[in-house]
Each structure stands twice: as structure tokens, then as C-alpha cells.
Design a protein around this ligand. Sequence first.
Ligand SMILES: Cc1cc2nc3c(=O)[nH]c(=O)nc-3n(C[C@H](O)[C@H](O)[C@H](O)COP(=O)(O)OP(=O)(O)OC[C@H]3O[C@@H](n4cnc5c(N)ncnc54)[C@H](O)[C@@H]3O)c2cc1C
Length: 367
Amino acid sequence: MGRRLRLPRFVDYSVVVVGGGPAGALAALKLARSGARVLLLTREPSPRAQAAEILSPEGREILERETLWHQIPLDLTWPCPAMAAAWEGPDLVWTSFAQAPSGCAWHIDRPRFDAWMIGRLEAESIPVETGTVDAVQKDAGGWRIEFRAGNTHHSTSSRFLILATGRSSRTIRLGTRRPIDRLCLVATTTDRDPINPDALIVEATADGWWYSAPLLDGRLFAAWMTDFSLVQDGGYAQAAAASLSQTAVHARRVGDARLTTIIGAATWTMTPAAGVGWMAVGDAALARDPISGDGLASALRSACHGADVVAAALAGDTSVWAAAAGYTDAVASRYRRQRLDLYRVAQKRWPTSAFWRRFAAVSDAGR
Ligand SMILES: Cc1cc2nc3c(=O)[nH]c(=O)nc-3n(C[C@H](O)[C@H](O)[C@H](O)COP(=O)(O)OP(=O)(O)OC[C@H]3O[C@@H](n4cnc5c(N)ncnc54)[C@H](O)[C@@H]3O)c2cc1C
């Protein structure tokens, strides 16, 4: 991440955005383009295991609307011409994007895409600071934000705050996290699939579901989705191998690669996701199950909404915060209903399975 700004002890920004993933970067960009004085504060990227991710056609449309899509270097995204799922039954059902009016989905190299987005901000002279935010405090004038860069502590201040800290961050608690599940992945990266090299494939099994898709280098990322609490004694690799042996497509696609990488993907909602002077966007407001396939598009959509809310507040509208909380709550309820319907379809195949019973029941509790 680019140059480090020297912040004086108190700097008054109109808006501080915490978190430089797709949601935070887009919210900061939109607000700055509308004339607001914005600072984006984000952690150093961590060298965590990379999951294969797909940008849905809607996500591409949002980036296009924000005049970003055509600037993205060609090697950060590549077309995903088709997806297949064995969900309602054992056979793969293919969805081709060939005739879709909104075009195809796109494989996306997330670490490089995120870095590119930060680069866009810097190219538009929008301040970006690398640091971990430890605490935020509200006072009469707005927000005091405490953050750490290396061993040095800093603070800054702003009128309004956007939280875009994603799924994993727990340090800043403005709303309450309402857990939906404790989803996790047991993953591996293996050789390219010679039969369907570019396809995203999802396959439900008795004890969870599998997905696989290519990474930028052509190798295949494959993962078994389960729940932390359903794997006994930390035996993830053995449990994944046992599950793999029950699959039709992934047993072939993954071959004898060992699945040893554990990635947390627990899902939850933040309630409320906005209050006077602040708003959560992206996964910080609603951490979706990857089965939805639209986490990125939703994060970008939520960032646009968050930027509009804060722009209206900067223009003097004090009613926006309650409306924003209500809006995000409605989005979360709709999402939970859709998720429940999806899981119930597959649950019919394995009515007594602990995984499917738990996921339908957990979703149901949140209706
Ligand atoms: C396994 C898996 C597979 C997925 N696959 C897909 C897919 O195929 N398609 C899809 O559309 N979506 C997918 N998603 C969802 C997608 O990754 C998320 O929806 C998306 O990353 C959300 O973006 P965000 O900007 O809200 O959060 P994030 O991308 O998580 O960004 C949060 C940022 O905040 C920073 N941060 C956190 N805490 C602090 C702090 N205290 N101080 C400073 N900075 C902080 C982080 O370092 C990070 O840069 C998947 C998710 C998972 C877990």
C-alpha cells in the first residue's frame, strides 16, 4: 500500500472509512468524488489463504457504473463462462452465461483487485493510511479514531464514520453481531481441471457442500464447507477426505490432494448496522454465506448506499441514519429468507443429516 501520510494529532475529516476491502474502497471513492474530505484507514493486507472468488454480473455492472470496470487491468479478472451445481439432485445443472443480457460472471484475483482499488484512491489523491483501528469514540463533534501503524499509535477525527471492516474484524463494536452459523472451509489448491478448467462447480453432499473454481494461475481451488462445531477434535483433513469420497464431481476434480487449509466463513448480521453518525457497509453489516455467490456485488451495492447516506448527512439530513438501519435490516431479513429456502431444497435429500438440519434450523431462527 502506497505512501504513509503524516497525520497531525487531530485532523478533521468529513468522513473516515475504516477497512479497505471492496466496500470501504468504493464508499471512500464515491464520497471523495462527491466532494467530501475522506480518509480511508486500512490494515496491511495479511498473507491469508486465498479462496477463489467470482464477481457476479451485477458486481461488474456496479463497477462499470462507477467508471472502474474498464480501468481494471486485464489480468485481474477473466471470464467465468459457466457455473454448475448439483444441489437439488446428484446431477450437475449447468448455467451458461452465453445468452445472459448482463453478460458473464468473472473470476477475480481478490488480493490484487483490492490493492488495485486502493491504488485508484491514491491516483485520485484520496488519503489512504495503513493502520489497524483499535477503537472509535463518539463525542459531540463526531468521532475520534485510534489506530496503530507499526508500533506507533495515532488518532484522527471525523464527523462521520463508515465501518467496512469485513467479516473477521471484532475490534470495533458499534452494533451487535447476531451469528447465523459457524461456517468454515477446509480447502486445498490442486492441479488444473482438464475437463472444465474455467467452471465454478458447487456440489452438495450429506455433510456439507463443496465448491471449486480456478485461481489466476489456472490451478484449482477446492473447498468443503462445513460448520466448525460439526468437526470432531480438530480432525478437519480426515473429515474432508471422508466427505470427498462421497462426492461424484469433486472426487474427480480434487483427486488425491489433501485438504488442510482452514478458512473461517462464519456468517452473521450486525444490528443495528447504522446509528447517528455511523454506518456499517459490506460484510461488516452482513457477512453472507459464500453459497449466495454475490458477497462482492452486495458489498459494492452496500458501499454505494452507505456513500449516499453519508453524503445526505453531510448535506444536513439528520433522518438518514434511522432509515439506513431499517434498510440494512430489511436486506438482512430478505437474505436470510433466501438462504433458508436454498438450504431447505438440499436438506430434502438428507433430512437427518446434522449439517443440513443445523443450517436450515439456524436460518429459520433468524426469520
Ligand atoms: C470462502 C469465501 C468465498 C467467497 N466467494 C465469493 C465469491 O465467489 N463471490 C462473491 O461475490 N463473494 C464471495 N465471498 C464474499 C466476499 O469475499 C465478501 O463479501 C467481500 O470480501 C466483502 O468485502 P468487504 O469490503 O465488505 O470486506 P473485506 O473484503 O473483508 O474487507 C475488509 C477490510 O477491512 C480491513 N480491516 C478489518 N479490520 C480493520 C481494522 N480494525 N482496522 C483497519 N482495517 C481493518 C481488512 O484488512 C480488509 O481490508 C466469499 C467469501 C468467503 C469467505
